[in-house]
Design a protein around this ligand. Structure first.
Ligand code: AMP
Length: 438
């Protein structure tokens, strides 16, 4: 009987799948040339944000998109914009559309996407980001560009020098608005928007919709279509996870042992604080690992160079902070290591989502100490499952009792020397990473 039920259920599911075939890019109204570009990059089906946003953008409507990196949101605005802009030409110094990004890395990534999808189209773009030659950027502007991809500071700089005019910008994208807010860019963004023609199409994306963000959206958008896609809320099943709880002074040795016993092809190693990124980077280098470091305080040129090396497999490991890693497109890694459990449980899901992509097997291992009981509880409550405990040869594991004890002694205000309350640490950590703009 049970077998019969299961068979019926399977048939029902099959019938349902037949009735609702998955959307393909050709269903969304994009031009043939663009579809060819999408086919070249190998995308089969649009992601939910693409499926919902592309037809709306093609209609010329404003969009308020609540979506984060990793959902495919870049293509959801880049693709329809390319079709909207196809067919006419740009005048010198008067770009026809503008994409504002909070960081140089994100701007660069959008430009890469633009080139990838637009191979069969004759659209031009320019990238205005700090830390790169202004003369080259000015030259590009003089040729006339269809899509200008910029960070707010550099754009205003060139505007104030009379090198760029925004009066012809008919499409505006404000990407990662919540990060713009975090980084203090909103006054710049407001100034930029005030220089654009009021009759334009505006696409506004943010990972969160805090009241301040909504206020901005109200000011910049006209009758927008609101599209919300959920964040990857659960841990993909292709990821093998493990947690080693070790004495505080053994964390680095525990990591080295894990790195040596695992078949690591390439891995991100997350730390909560920038100074710990530095310390761990130096320690791993000293122990002979092929490793780079990435956090917001490092010079831009250095960050680009490190990223490139990591992407080209010249570096096996990359120690990084959440903020430095958030916007960059590094996925499909064999391993992710949490040298620290993140202060925010959602960051755990984002961090480990870098491995095990596209159906490939991934591995995510975390290291914690007795003091991390609260952070661990938050992660396990968010993902709805316990991270399997692992032991590391030669390192004494910390027992559940010891964790409870540490938590209780903290609660009684007799925490270990120097241990600050989690809330204070959290804000401190965030602020210090935020200070490192782009
Ligand atoms: P984004 O959220 O725009 O940063 O995109 C995240 C990643 O998903 C990028 O590596 C894209 O190349 C990839 N991607 C975007 N759209 C698709 C799609 N429809 N199918 C497969 N991969 C995609």
């Amino acid at each position: 009987m049970a077998a019969e039920d299961a068979a019926n259920r399977e048939q029902d599911e099959e019938a349902e799948a037949e009735q609702a075939p998955r959307t393909v890019f050709a269903d969304l109204g994009l031009s043939e040339l663009l579809l060819k570009g999408v086919e070249d990059v190998g995308y089969l089906h649009p992601t939910p944000i693409q499926e919902q946003a592309i037809p709306i953008v093609l209609m010329g409507r404003d969009v308020l998109g609540c979506a984060q990196t990793g959902t495919g949101k870049t293509a959801s605005f880049v693709l329809p914009m390319m079709d909207i802009l196809a067919g006419s030409r740009a005048k010198a110094r008067m770009p026809r559309s503008l994409i504002l990004e909070p960081t140089r890395e994100l701007a660069l990534q959008v430009a890469e996407n633009f080139v990838k999808y637009g191979q069969h189209m004759k659209l031009t773009h320019a990238l205005l980001i700090g830390g790169e030659s202004m003369a080259e950027q000015t030259d590009a502007l003089n040729q006339g560009v269809d899509v200008l991809i910029a960070t707010p500071g550099r754009l205003l700089d060139l505007f104030d020098r009379g090198r760029v005019m925004l009066a012809d910008c008919k499409v505006l994208v404000i990407d990662e608005a919540d990060r713009m807010l975090d980084m203090g860019f909103i006054p710049d963004v407001e100034r930029i928007v005030s220089m654009l023609p009021p009759l334009r199409q505006t696409l506004f994306f943010s990972a969160t919709m805090a009241p301040e963000i909504r206020k901005l959206a109200d000011a910049f958008l006209q009758n927008p279509k609101e599209i919300t896609v959920s964040a990857p809320a659960s841990v993909a099943t292709t990821i093998t996870t493990g947690l080693a709880i070790v004495p505080e002074g053994e964390k680095r040795r525990a990591l080295r042992k894990l790195l040596r016993r695992e078949p690591v092809q390439n891995a991100l190693i997350f730390c909560n604080r920038k100074r710990d990124v530095d310390v761990l980077y130096k320690s791993l280098t000293k122990h002979g690992f092929s490793v780079g470091a990435l956090h917001g305080d490092l010079a831009q040129s250095m960050r680009f160079a490190t990223l490139e090396k990591f992407k080209n497999n010249e570096l096996q490991l990359l120690v990084c902070s959440d903020v430095a890693a958030r916007g960059i497109d590094i996925g499909g890694l064999s391993h992710v290591f949490n040298f620290d459990l993140p202060f925010h449980a959602e960051d755990y899901v984002h961090r480990i989502g870098r491995t095990g992509r596209a159906g490939r097997e991934g591995h995510a291992y975390s290291i914690a100490t007795a003091d991390d009981a609260k952070l661990l509880a938050a992660i396990e409550s968010l993902t709805g499952r316990e991270i399997p405990r692992i032991t590391i040869e030669g390192i004494d594991p910390v027992s559940a009792e010891e964790m409870t004890e540490a938590l209780e002694s903290k609660g009684r205000g007799r925490g270990r020397g120097g241990a600050r309350p989690a809330g204070r640490e959290e804000r401190g950590g965030r602020r210090s990473d935020k200070d490192a703009r782009g």
